[in-house]
Write a protein that binds this ligand. Structure first.
Ligand SMILES: [Zn+2]
Length: 213
């Protein structure tokens, strides 16, 4: 680890997308590959299939983390706790089958949760400390601006940045942000790595945003 290296965890929700060599997700992954950096991907179980397994394989091959974003991306407070358990377990089984690893992190869809749902998830729950708002029709420039603002205020260091892999605007923002932030002394790590490097043990049923000592 470099002296005064700043850590940041970029996270991408709602994949995998329909597989294509030039899909938004594949291009995001290639940017991380190009610069030797890592990110975390929160996958939706029902979107996974034999075709886009290639996306997960590539993400794994460059050291990215696969995490759980439920099976059907529903409002978890609107279903029974048994169904909540099933939402997470089904995706865990699929991720294990696709990646050979059991996921250790999850993210709640729509941030729609409560204490009982958190507990039933069986996972440490990763929120975010920097919201790119890429899901609200923002331009590439606006997404970049929001993250660079977080850099200026110091919020970006040890931050968990919320992004979504299906958007073209996000893909283009990432192409700019990765080299630009490396230049400013950042290292992109997975959420698990961020916790590990900061000596934080993530606990099941608990919510996390920024992860620091
Ligand atoms: Zn989502």
């Amino acid at each position: 680890m470099m002296e005064n290296e700043k850590l940041v965890a970029f996270t991408f929700d709602d994949g995998p997308v329909e597989y294509a060599d030039d899909s938004t997700a594949m291009q995001i992954l290639r940017t991380f590959e190009k610069y030797g950096q890592q990110a975390t991907f929160f996958y939706v179980g029902e979107k996974m299939n034999a075709d886009n397994k290639k996306e997960l394989d590539f993400a794994q091959s460059i050291g990215c983390e696969a995490a759980n974003h439920t099976y059907s991306h529903c409002f978890l407070t609107k279903i029974t706790l048994e169904e909540v358990v099933e939402e997470f377990e089904k995706t865990t089984r699929l991720l294990e089958e696709y990646t050979g690893k059991i996921p250790v992190l999850a993210r709640i869809p729509f941030m729609d949760s409560n204490e009982m749902v958190d507990e039933a998830s069986g996972f440490p729950l990763i929120g975010c400390s920097v919201d790119s708002q890429d899901y609200t029709h923002n331009t590439t420039e606006e997404i970049i601006q929001r993250i660079m603002d977080a850099h200026e205020t110091g919020e970006l260091e040890n931050g968990v940045v919320l992004l979504h892999e299906p958007y073209l605007t996000t893909m283009k923002a990432v192409e700019y942000l990765v080299p630009t932030l490396i230049e400013k002394g950042y290292r992109f790590v997975t959420v698990s790595e961020l916790a590990k490097r900061n000596g934080v043990t993530l606990q099941k049923g608990k919510n996390y945003a920024k992860i620091e000592k």
